[in-house]
Design a protein around this ligand. Structure first.
Ligand SMILES: NC(=O)C1=CN([C@@H]2O[C@H](COP(=O)(O)OP(=O)(O)OC[C@H]3O[C@@H](n4cnc5c(N)ncnc54)[C@H](O)[C@@H]3O)[C@@H](O)[C@H]2O)C=CC1
Ligand SMILES: O=C(O)[C@@H]1CCC=N1
Length: 265
């Protein structure tokens, strides 16, 4: 197995570390780098992994997973570039940043891959979109696939679709959480105790998503099965349509895609 350095073990980076350890990697396969010492102490305690600085972690790794915010990526790449092992692979989680921009910030010929993960990775239910840069061959992309498979499903896409994919699956959990929150509040408005309304709404989203995933049926067909002619669901759906639910999702996805392109420069 490869030695994997995770530079920037925040929400996404830590989820990947936890998932890898749960799926058979050992602490010796991992080396982490974070900025704050108290964070390093917490990570060592939680996972028994080595936590050091970005340069030392990079020097030990076959794969360097960069999990810092997009604005911090150029600085990190400039710092670690001279210390990469020959043939080491750099994997970026950053939204927007293209593999060509990443390659330009690294020594010439560095293999690079771009990943768009999402936070359900924290419970092993993520979906990651992966794309190879110019020097990342199939064997290396298979390593990225293996790592990200530890936290959920993996979809390989041409890089030109990464901004769109990020708008759906990268940001998507936030749209879903907002929708859950709104349904909980609606239930409270109708008189349900808040804990009951939360349980009903969360289980409904989880169950509906599982039904769609396991049956593979078109969502419209599944929706029709809930909607009796002249019934309660039809009355509710009419309100969602009249209030522009579809248009709202389309506008949200376009805005997220455009912001991703803007971040990428
Ligand atoms: N949070 C999300 O839902 C998603 C995030 N992403 C991408 O993942 C990346 C990370 O995002 P989050 O995990 O949400 O951010 P985060 O802020 O939770 O984690 C970033 C971590 O990097 C550390 N850090 C910053 N500079 C560092 C350096 N020089 N050396 C070592 N550590 C350093 C920070 O202290 C922090 O712990 C971003 O580029 C983002 O675009 C992609 C998809 C989804
Ligand atoms: O909001 C963001 O910029 C990050 C990338 C995708 C999800 N969260």
């Amino acid at each position: 197995m490869s030695t994997v350095a995770v530079v920037g073990a925040g929400a996404m980076g830590e989820a990947i570390v936890a998932g890898m350890l749960a799926k058979g990697w050992t602490p010796a396969d991992l080396v982490l780098a974070v900025r704050r010492e108290e964070h390093a102490v917490a990570l060592r305690e939680a996972y028994g992994v080595e936590v050091t600085d970005a340069v030392s972690a990079t020097a030990k790794a076959d794969v360097v997973l960069v999990g810092v915010k997009p604005v911090d990526v150029p600085g990190v790449l400039g710092e670690i570039g001279p210390h990469l092992r020959p043939d080491a692979l750099v994997v970026s989680l950053a939204v927007g940043l293209t593999t060509s921009a990443l390659e330009a910030a690294l020594p010439a010929g560095t293999p690079v891959a771009r990943v768009m993960p999402n936070t359900p990775a924290q419970v092993g239910a993520g979906v990651s979109v992966i794309s190879a840069g110019t020097y990342c061959d199939d064997t290396r992309l298979a390593v990225v696939d293996e790592i990200m498979s530890a936290v959920g499903t993996v979809v390989r896409l041409p890089e030109k679709l990464q901004d769109a994919a990020g708008a759906v699956s990268g940001s998507g959990p936030a749209y879903v959480f907002l929708a859950i929150e709104a349904l909980v509040e609606a239930g409270v408005h109708l008189g349900l105790p808040r804990t009951t309304s939360t349980e009903l709404a969360v289980q409904t989203f989880a169950g509906a998503a599982r039904l769609a995933a396991e049956t593979g049926e078109h969502p419209a067909v599944l929706r029709e099965r809930v909607t009796s002619p002249g019934g309660t669901t039809a009355a509710g759906l009419r309100q969602l349509e009249e209030r522009g639910l579809r248009a709202a999702f389309l506008a949200a996805a376009e805005a997220a895609r455009d912001r991703s392109r803007e971040i990428g420069g």
